[in-house]
Write a protein that binds this ligand. Structure first.
Ligand code: HEM
Length: 417
């Protein structure tokens, strides 16, 4: 059925049903790539993103900045290890993913590893948006309730989106001044957006850029950190898998100081671990809500125009018709298998499929692989307070992204081999 919706009738189901939290919260939701219908404006924005994300050269140009972020992460863990303390893996991965994204967008760090405080508010802002947009909101089902905002969801969303909007505006203004002063360009995503805007002022304006940056921070940070949190949980539960991943990395590094991003993508076992993590713990369990743009006949049923369509990617990834022992963590199932997450295999849709598919896959796979390699290669990890792996809480929470219900705290020591 997912294939029918996302492939056979891709165009007809390419609309979005926008949650009230977004309508009430995001000032520019009507130009947001994630929420507008797949018409001309959306095509232009996706083109702007593709100029950057489908061009390996451009993605690689900023690799050095992303490597810098991961080096800072490793240094931070070393310091914690010296103190014999535990690391909150989710928070650590969030700060790393956030700074990787901010370096890709603005060539700048926006969060510090050292501060316990969320001094720049990104953590709180993104987490709040993920929480309120994913919440079951009665105003989405009984539209007359929207004005009353009975669960206070609009209010909370407005605060978080408003804050993020202001930060993105500040970065855009700074960059415009930089460009006026004729200093050398940064060559990052923001420069790429502004170049496109100058060449296409009628189709793409500063409002689009602001909404796009906001979308990227929301779409491209929490998903990554959450996947890393689950991957590390599974590795701690399965020391044999951890051992194999480390063996593969050591084999590949062979005396070099570190691996390049592209090399981490060639670590087949590590890639299988990431795929299996994304299958077992789908970060986006229900794809963003699609909507029918016309009446559509689907497997004998008439689906009227404007129907909200929810694809349960979690259920698909746990279906016993496609997966043997679907609740078991078994990276080996992907070794030698053609199944990947590029949207062609409908038993595995962590990034969706069709025209509304995630536009950040290339960046996501690089960011996640590099973070995981650095965590596994440099440190041994153990649970605090002599906790046994089987005592680890593996419950998740429900939102746009499925997070660990409790933080994953692990004690690092420098890797023994
Ligand atoms: C583990 C990381 C990630 C996962 C699991 C993920 C997953 C998804 C999913 C499931 C969708 C919705 C697909 C649909 O509705 O059919 C989506 C949309 C999107 N993602 Fe990602 N994503 C990740 C990382 C990223 C990154 C790093 C970026 C940006 C650089 C990004 C940008 C977007 C955008 C812009 C959309 C909206 C596309 C549209 O509606 O046209 N994502 N993502």
């Amino acid at each position: 059925m997912a294939r029918e919706v996302l492939q056979t009738h891709d165009a007809e189901f390419s609309g979005r049903s926008i949650p009230d939290a977004v309508v009430g919260g995001q000032q520019n939701y009507d130009v947001s790539v994630a929420w507008i219908s797949a018409q001309d404006q959306w095509r232009t924005i996706r083109r702007v993103l593709n100029i950057y994300f489908t061009n390996t050269k451009k993605v690689e140009m900023l690799e050095v900045l992303r490597l810098k972020v991961v080096t800072q992460m490793v240094d931070h863990i070393k310091e914690i290890s010296r103190r014999g303390q535990a690391v909150d893996i989710g928070k650590l991965a969030f700060t790393t993913a956030l700074n990787q994204m901010s370096n890709t967008c603005f060539s700048e760090d926006v969060a510090g590893f050292d501060s316990d405080q969320d001094d720049n508010g990104f953590y709180k802002g993104v987490k709040t948006i993920m929480k309120v947009v994913g919440k079951i909101n009665c105003a989405d089902y009984f539209p007359w309730l929207k004005t009353f905002d009975p669960q206070g969801i609009r209010k909370e969303a407005w605060g978080a989106y408003g804050w993020l909007d202001q930060v993105c505006e500040k970065f855009i203004n700074q960059r415009l001044r930089h460009r006026e002063s004729k200093l050398p360009p940064y060559g990052d995503l923001l420069d790429s957006f502004l170049d496109f805007q100058q060449q296409n002022p009628d189709d793409f304006n500063i409002m689009h850029i602001k909404a796009l940056l906001t979308d990227l921070f929301i779409a491209g940070t929490d998903n990554i950190s959450s996947t890393i949190g689950w991957a590390m949980s599974e590795l701690v539960l399965h020391p044999d898998v951890m051992h194999k991943v480390r063996g593969e990395i050591s084999e590949r590094i062979k005396g070099k100081e570190r691996l390049e991003e592209a090399e981490t993508l060639e670590l087949h076992y590590l890639q299988s671990v990431l795929k299996e993590t994304m299958r077992l713990h789908l970060t986006v369990p229900l794809l963003l809500p699609h909507k029918s743009e016309t009446d559509v006949k689907l497997n004998g049923y008439m689906i009227p125009k404007n129907t909200r369509v929810i694809i349960n990617a979690w259920a698909i990834a746990h279906d016993t018709n496609s997966w043997e022992n679907p609740d078991h963590f078994k990276p080996e199932r992907f070794i030698g298998s053609e199944i990947d997450y590029k949207g062609q295999h409908f038993s595995f849709l962590p990034f969706g499929s069709g025209r509304r598919m995630c536009s950040g896959i290339r960046l996501a796979e690089r960011a996640m692989s590099l973070i995981l390699v650095s965590l596994v290669a440099h440190f041994d990890w153990k649970l605090p307070n002599n906790m046994l792996p089987e005592e680890l809480d593996m419950d998740d929470t429900f939102g746009v992204t499925a997070q660990r219900a409790t933080p994953l705290l692990l004690i690092p020591t420098p890797a023994s081999n």
